[in-house]
Structure formats: C-alpha cells, structure tokens
Design a protein around this ligand. Structure first.
Ligand SMILES: CC(C)(COP(=O)(O)OP(=O)(O)OC[C@H]1O[C@@H](n2cnc3c(N)ncnc32)[C@H](O)[C@@H]1OP(=O)(O)O)[C@@H](O)C(=O)NCCC(=O)NCCS
Length: 165
C-alpha cells in the first residue's frame, strides 16, 4: 500500500484516536507520557506526522509536543501504526520525518519514552540518570533523547513541564 506522510490537521483527530486505540489497546492512559501531555504540553500539529493510506485513511501517527525541562524541548509520542500496517517501516519513517520537522524548526532536542533498540537508528540515546524528571514512574533505560543542534541539550535538566511560553 502507498502511504503519504503529512502534518497533522484538525480533521485527522478522530482517526488518530482510532489508530491509537487499535495499536495500544486499553492501558494507554495509564502511561507516564500521558501525564506529561495532560499537564499542559502543547501539541505541535505542524511537526506531528500522520501516515495516510492511498484512500486517505490515517494508518499511523507520531505526535510532537512542546515542553520544557530547564530549556525548551520537544516531547515525541504517542507513536503508533495500525496493526495491519506494522512491520513495513512506517513507524521509523514517521519518527524520522517528525524529527526532521523538529530540527527544521530550530528546536534544541527531542525527548521520549520508548525502546532504545527501536529509536537508536534515528539517533536517540538514553538520558543520563536523574537528568530529566517525569511526572510518574519511568524505566530510566527507556527515557531517550536526541540533540537537534550543537549544545541544544546542554541546559536541559529537571522536571519535564508545560512550556512557559
Ligand atoms: C512500535 C510501532 C509504532 C512500530 O511501528 P512499525 O511500523 O511496525 O515499525 P517499523 O516497521 O518501522 O519497525 C518494525 C520493527 O520494530 C521493532 N519493534 C517494534 N516495537 C518495538 C519495541 N517496542 N521495542 C523494540 N523493537 C520494536 C520490531 O523488531 C519490528 O520488527 P519486525 O517487523 O521484525 O517485527 C508499532 O508496533 C505500534 O504501533 N505498536 C503499538 C504502540 C507502541 O508500542 N508504540 C511505541 C511506543 S514507544
């Protein structure tokens, strides 16, 4: 199937929810990442990437949020691909395009909670222990970040919060 990656538009919202429900199943709202998002992280529609099927259905999403941890930062997630479209490279393609959009917007860095093995090819690595605090339990080996420009992560430290501006 041919897929197109594009920025999120308001009309994609319901279809994105359906993809998230199919990909994650119940329990999605219990994640610490959800606490970050509900505490005032700002959804960046223009940096978020959705995958559209050739009939225009949303089959994947990689959302990007504006947050702060000592310095402005982007928070990546949720990342989800419809189960019938998985294992075809769509997940990593969405991550690569969302990260490229963050880089083009002059961001400092991107942080996420996920499997290092999966995100390593895009350049993510484990955040040094204790450097960034999330509003809930997170396996430190799954807290990953990626620098977008030289020195971009130097001032990043402390609680992951809503952006100040
Ligand atoms: C994770 C997810 C987005 C990957 O999408 P995808 O389009 O299948 O990804 P790709 O095709 O780029 O890569 C597939 C490979 O990623 C690997 N992979 C998938 N999930 C992984 C994970 N949690 N940890 C490590 N590797 C993983 C698998 O090895 C898979 O290889 P396979 O095809 O041999 O099984 C998709 O599986 C999904 O929606 N899962 C449910 C939601 C979820 O867990 N999101 C990630 C939160 S960090």
């Amino acid at each position: 199937m041919a897929t197109t990656l594009t920025a999120e538009k308001p009309e994609h919202a319901d279809a994105i929810e359906r993809v998230l429900a199919r990909a994650f199943g119940p329990g999605r709202y219990a994640k610490t990442s959800e606490r970050v998002r509900e505490r005032g992280a700002v959804l960046e529609h223009a940096l978020t990437r959705v995958a559209l099927s050739d009939s225009g259905d949303v089959v994947g999403v990689c959302r990007i949020w504006r947050v702060e941890a000592g310095a402005p930062l982007y928070f990546l997630g949720p990342l989800a691909v419809d189960p019938v479209e998985q294992s075809a490279g769509l997940g990593l393609a969405l991550v690569r395009e969302a990260v490229a959009a963050c880089r083009a917007s002059d961001g400092n860095g991107v942080i996420l909670v996920g499997a290092e093995r999966y995100f390593r090819p895009v350049g993510f690595s484990v955040v040094p222990a204790g450097k960034v605090i999330l509003p809930g339990p997170v396996d430190p080996a799954r807290l990953l970040w990626l620098q977008l420009r030289p020195g971009g992560l130097d001032k990043v430290q402390g609680e992951l919060l809503a952006p100040k501006s």
